[in-house]
Write a protein that binds this ligand. Structure first.
Ligand SMILES: [Zn+2]
Ligand SMILES: [Zn+2]
Length: 408
């Protein structure tokens, strides 16, 4: 079924080798590479390359379903893990729709228990509600909604990296991962030697873990003090408070733990509270005590933190997807996003590699999806459907279609 995908991936990497080669990461000679084969059983790890040409040549020969390189630099990248001699690592972040609660997950994602076949919608539970086992076959799809959610989290992350940590634009590179999210790489001398614990502290700041209102001097008695021009989390809380006062719903306030009367007070007095906060930089309300402020601030922390995959950032030997390579689950490319053009970036346009030709496929089943300007599906047992190459490849990579009379 996936032979067609392998054939198209090989075509892409051969084209790269002959033309604009896939750019090698910095410190190429010290990086470890890993290629996943299309049969999914073999991962070629501990590879090293001396030149960009050699890297591109290898990609064109192997035509991997997924290509990775190490965020770390090693003295001996091709040696076994214990003999590599770690020299340092970039700071990397992964934002994936898998880790963000999105409204569309319930519509297009599903799972089935490997043991008893019990099925459900959305992300898989920790344990099967029927038999209690923990192994599932899960199907995750992507749509504009979850990609927008992932983008919003990435924009918050990049803002924190620049505003709170002081990284410059030239030290940060952001990418569409090729599937359901974004990657952010920080390459800077200041992060190279950070160990796992130090990276965990950065992670905790970004996700707002253990956020204590007192330590940030956000409350004085029954007042909350927050000006948007304040640095780091204090300013972020102020901005969040403005947002809450302008558009949070009664239900959301109650869900955050506010009693109905207090939630209603906010709802009824939004305008006055908002203008007071803007003018004076604080709010003090007879009806709202410090415990309630803390609940509101926790709600803001939840909204303003960036939902990163914490494991990726703290792992100092992580293999991450190679920019310019194709994603085995979609056929899309991991492509750079300019920080200034983030808002208008369209991953389902910029990640598309194959822009020509039509392919006839038999489709088992697929929810609606978009590539470029065109909306496709939903499909159910659609035999002999003629689709543009990128759409056909996407469905083949997803494992829900096979090519007819083509490359079998
Ligand atoms: Zn089960
Ligand atoms: Zn979605």
């Amino acid at each position: 079924m996936r032979n067609y995908a392998k054939h198209k991936f090989a075509e892409y990497y051969k084209m790269c080798l002959r033309g604009t080669q896939i750019e090698a990461p910095s410190h190429l000679k010290n990086r470890e590479f890993g290629f996943l084969a299309f049969d999914k059983t073999s991962m070629f790890r501990h590879k090293g390359f001396e030149t960009e040409e050699a890297l591109n040549r290898s990609l064109s020969v192997v035509a991997p379903s997924d290509a990775y390189y190490s965020s770390a630099f090693y003295e001996h990248p091709e040696a076994d893990m214990s003999k590599k001699d770690w020299l340092g690592a970039d700071l990397v972040f992964d934002i994936d729709a898998d880790h963000i609660p999105t409204p569309c997950g319930k519509i297009h994602d599903s799972w089935a228990c490997n043991n008893c076949n019990f099925e459900g919608k959305g992300p898989p539970p920790e344990r099967c509600p029927k038999c209690g086992k923990e192994k599932f076959n899960s199907k995750a799809w992507m749509c504009d909604t979850c990609l927008e959610f992932a983008k919003a989290e990435t924009i918050k992350l990049v803002d924190m990296l620049m505003q709170d940590f002081g990284f410059s634009e030239s030290e940060i590179k952001a990418y569409f991962s090729g599937n359901r999210g974004y990657h952010v790489h920080v390459e800077s001398k200041t992060v190279l030697s950070l160990d796992s614990m130090a990276r965990k502290e950065i992670v905790d700041h970004i996700i707002g873990l253990g956020f204590e209102t007192e330590f940030h001097k956000l409350t004085e008695g029954n007042r909350v003090v927050a000006r948007t021009e304040m640095p780091s989390w204090r300013g972020r809380i102020a901005k969040g408070l403005h947002l809450i006062l302008s558009r949070v719903t009664l239900e959301e306030l109650e869900a955050a733990g506010l009693k109905r009367g207090k939630a209603r007070y906010f709802d009824d007095n939004r305008k006055e509270l908002l203008s007071h906060l803007s003018d004076k930089g604080w709010l003090g309300i007879k009806e709202i005590g410090s415990e309630t402020w803390k609940r509101i601030i926790q709600l803001i922390v939840h909204q303003q933190s960036a939902k990163i995959d914490t494991v990726v950032t703290t792992d100092v030997n992580r293999l991450i997807r190679l920019p310019g390579s194709l994603h085995g689950k979609t056929g899309f490319m991991k492509v750079e996003v300019s920080l200034s053009g983030f808002e208008g970036f369209d991953p389902l346009k910029k990640g598309v590699v194959f822009k020509e030709g039509q392919v006839v496929v038999d489709i088992v089943e697929a929810p609606e999806f978009r590539i470029g300007e065109t909306q496709y599906g939903p499909f159910k047992r659609a035999l002999g459907a003629e689709l543009p190459t990128a759409a056909a490849l996407f469905l083949v990579c997803k494992g829900v279609a096979q090519v007819v009379n083509g490359h079998v």
